[in-house]
Design a protein around this ligand. Structure first.
Ligand code: ATP
Ligand code: MG
Length: 565
């Protein structure tokens, strides 16, 4: 491809709307172009990278025994109502009506469609196991699209679904996919970490995410360097230090003028924060809920949502709290009734704690569980933090930001039961098919490759996914000896099937080299009057500082070797 003919242009300025490195570089290198919030076009260079990633993924899915098929983006809303997941997706589901007023959805994922299809095609245990996948556009009305290709509303996902007769079969399919995912990321030049992931209210089964460590990542990962425990913060646990037991004392009211925060309370009464109780108000699917946790710990809303088994969980508004008759700054589980109380198990340790008194400017000393109040649900709803101790080995936990580039999930049988996907075993007895699902977002993966492979000048593509292998620069304009040699070399390389981007423009060396660094093609080959003096060209890897002069004689073979090695 000649740069003089290339549709996209490079940008010198950093676009102001782009915060993450990958977003900035994708725009500056002319790889993508925005259409609407969270909706992008891929330009020719970006699309070549996309297709290479797609081919690597397809290759690994095929090698793992996957069969590719294709399901539509347009799906009947009924199917989503049948599984009940229209509510779980909520506003994230794009819906529309056809001319006969039938409701449709633009698929955010395809478990429903494939499970229904499998229910028609699988009858007996002999038809199983199956690994079926497709690479398709998914639509999600994300509340906050961001980071260029990182979080968009229309994106391509490779989704594989596994169908087995039992849990042991599912484990095998799952392990195959985990291995295939490792291969994919390695081939894309992307080191990833496998972390324990939240599996939502329905599952409770295994789920893992593949994370790329990056400052710009939206996810937080909690990990232990000693025993390799690694989990998404929404799932992570830590040891809750036990507090020393004392003699329980009688409840005692104290005057706490204008004290409404745990910090204020702890300072005012000179008690450590871990000797206080914190109360937070939520609305879960319309029901007012009170969550209680030890004062020094934060609530993990994903854990809370799972425990409540609700579709929508949000903090109660000030008005809702007042309407519930609660004194916000001095609220307490003690003496309150008519609301569901969920407590974190941290409150079971420690005696004589301080809590609100449900009266303005008043708190209670010597609150003891379960003497003074009961919880409807007692569970772990705590947010684990760096610095706390590992639940497995007790060492100190650390935290890092990560980009979720893949998610594998043991679904079990809830969808096959809902949608009627059964098989008969060798004794003629009917069983629900045991399912798993495994997704990779292609655009997010592409962006993550840039987050991991760049410098202050631009992208540094790994050879495997680079839009072209060779960036050929001729440093003098048409008609000169240089352009004659460069033109000839370009034709020869193309004839050998090498992927070459040829900078044949009449631009200064500075402009050409800056563009080459920005576009990030792995091998730069420069032809200039200087290199021709010794009948050579200059070869420079984008990833290295030094360059070398290589004789023109045999250059095509040499470059071919570089690329295949
Ligand atoms: P997230 O937690 O980031 O919203 P998710 O857990 O909802 O993602 P899955 O349903 O597990 O996503 O989708 C599988 C993969 O699809 C993710 O690991 C990610 O790579 C990709 N993906 C999901 N949502 C988006 C999006 N809005 N934009 C780009 N890629 C996405
Ligand atoms: Mg996910």
């Amino acid at each position: 491809m000649r740069i003089s003919k290339l549709f996209s242009k490079t940008l010198r300025e950093v676009p102001t709307e782009a915060e993450t490195v990958s977003h900035q570089l994708l725009l500056r290198a002319g790889m993508i172009s925005q259409v609407a919030a969270g909706v992008y076009s891929y330009l020719p260079l970006g699309w070549r990278v996309f297709r290479k990633i797609e081919n690597i993924i397809r290759d690994e899915m095929d090698k793992a025994g996957g069969q590719e098929l294709r399901m539509p983006a347009l799906q009947p809303l009924e199917l989503w109502q049948e599984s009940g997941r229209d509510l779980a997706f909520g506003k994230g589901l794009f819906t529309l009506s056809d001319r006969r007023d039938r409701k449709l959805a633009l698929g955010p994922t395809h478990e429903e469609v494939i499970t229904q299809m499998v229910s028609h095609n699988v009858q007996s245990y002999r038809d199983l196991p199956q690994l079926l996948y497709h690479i398709q556009t998914k639509f999600r009305d994300e509340p906050r699209p961001r980071g260029g290709l990182m979080r968009v509303r229309e994106f391509t996902m490779k989704d594989l679904y596994s169908f087995d007769t039992d849990e042991a079969g599912l484990d095998q399919s799952y392990n195959k996919m985990v291995q295939a995912y490792h291969n994919i990321y390695t081939r894309c030049g992307l080191p990833t970490l496998v972390v324990e992931a939240d599996s939502g209210a329905i599952g409770g089964k295994d789920s893992h995410e593949f994370m790329v460590i990056a400052e710009s990542g939206e996810d937080e990962i909690i990990y232990c360097s000693s025993c390799q425990y690694t989990a998404n913060v929404v799932k992570a646990q830590s040891i809750k230090e036990k507090l020393p037991e004392e003699m329980p004392l009688p409840l005692e009211e104290v005057n706490t003028p204008d004290i409404t925060t745990i910090e204020g309370l702890s300072n005012f009464l000179k008690v450590p924060q871990n000797h206080t109780l914190k109360v937070v108000f939520y609305v879960a699917d319309g029901e007012f809920v009170i969550a209680v946790i030890r004062g020094d710990i934060e609530i993990n809303e994903v854990k809370l949502k799972n425990i409540l088994n609700c579709y929508e969980l949000r903090m109660a508004t000030e008005t809702e709290v007042i309407e519930a008759g609660i004194v916000a700054g001095s609220a307490s589980p003690v003496g309150i009734s008519g609301f569901k109380v969920v407590a974190d198990d941290s409150i079971t340790s420690g005696t004589n704690l301080v809590a609100g008194a449900n009266k303005p400017d008043t708190h209670l000393r010597n609150v003891n569980y379960p003497r003074d109040f009961k919880a409807d649900i007692m569970a772990d709803i705590a947010l684990a933090r760096a610095g706390e101790r590992c639940p497995r080995c007790g060492s100190q936990l650390s935290a890092a930001h990560g980009i979720e580039v893949g998610h594998v999930f043991k679904l079990g049988t809830f969808l096959s039961e809902k949608l009627g996907a059964f098989f008969t075993n060798d004794e003629g007895i009917s069983h629900p098919i045991v399912m798993g699902c495994y997704g990779i977002g292609l655009g997010r993966l592409l962006a993550a490759v840039i987050e991991q492979n760049h410098d202050d000048k631009g992208i540094i593509w790994p050879l495997t996914v680079a839009p072209y292998h060779i960036h050929l620069c001729s440093l003098y304009g048409e008609g000169s000896k240089v352009s004659e040699v460069a033109e000839k070399l370009y034709s020869e390389l193309e004839a050998e099937g090498l992927e070459v981007l040829f900078d044949d423009r009449k631009e200064s060396p500075g402009v050409k080299f800056n563009d080459a660094d920005l576009l990030g093609i792995p091998i730069r080959v420069t032809v200039s009057p200087r290199t021709l003096k010794s009948n050579s060209v200059e070869i420079k890897w984008r990833s290295r500082k030094e360059s070398e002069l290589v004789p023109l004689e045999g250059i095509v073979t040499r470059l071919k070797e570089l690329i295949t090695d």
